[in-house]
Design a protein around this ligand. Structure first.
Ligand SMILES: [Fe+2]
Ligand SMILES: [Fe+2]
Length: 179
């Protein structure tokens, strides 16, 4: 990807928030595994976590390539992500899966917004970044579906839990784009 004539403000914001999001996702799955790692859903969670590790690695590389600094909120997402993963997992595997459904739906929506932004800017210029975001968006949607297949909707107070987590995701995205 050429570094000439790109919208630096947009690319800066996109890479910083996505890096933060993938980092947060890794911490959520780490928290889930700490509680549910030895149960029947352990391997299912581990597989999703492994994909999140690839997502984070890619955004780490993009940060270096585009000289984007991480959000100053990284230490905060470290703790909040793990607490969210472990906390919902303590409600049982359904709670963990409800968290996955809520978070992955928010992230997929967020990635779709970025795809729209970059398409409006210049689809050819941002082809490489678009390919990354599209691939990750598809994988987040797979995680979302895995959550539903593993009884997310049977979690206690599913609807409330989901809307609270998604409100948190919106705040996290807003802050990570700006700080
Ligand atoms: Fe991800
Ligand atoms: Fe994911």
């Amino acid at each position: 990807m050429t570094l000439d004539n790109i919208n630096w403000a947009a690319v800066d914001r996109i890479i910083r928030v996505d890096h933060a999001g993938e980092y947060g996702a890794n911490r959520i799955y780490a928290g889930q595994m700490a509680v549910l790692g030895r149960t029947s859903v352990g391997p299912v969670i581990q597989k999703m976590w492994d994909q999140e590790k690839d997502h984070l690695k890619k955004f780490n590389e993009l940060m270096v390539a585009f000289r984007v600094r991480p959000t100053i909120l990284m230490p905060f997402w470290n703790v909040v992500g793990f607490a969210l993963g472990a906390g919902t997992a303590l409600l049982g595997k359904e709670g963990a899966m409800a968290c996955t459904v809520a978070v992955e739906e928010s992230i997929a929506h967020h990635y779709n917004n970025q795809i729209r932004t970059l398409m409006e800017e210049d689809p050819e210029k941002y082809e490489e970044l678009l390919q990354v975001i599209r691939k990750f968006r598809d994988e987040e949607l797979e995680h979302h579906d895995i959550g539903l297949e593993h009884d997310a909707q049977l979690a206690p107070a599913y609807a409330v839990l989901k809307s609270v987590i998604q409100a948190g995701c919106r705040v996290a995205i807003y802050l990570s784009e700006r700080f």
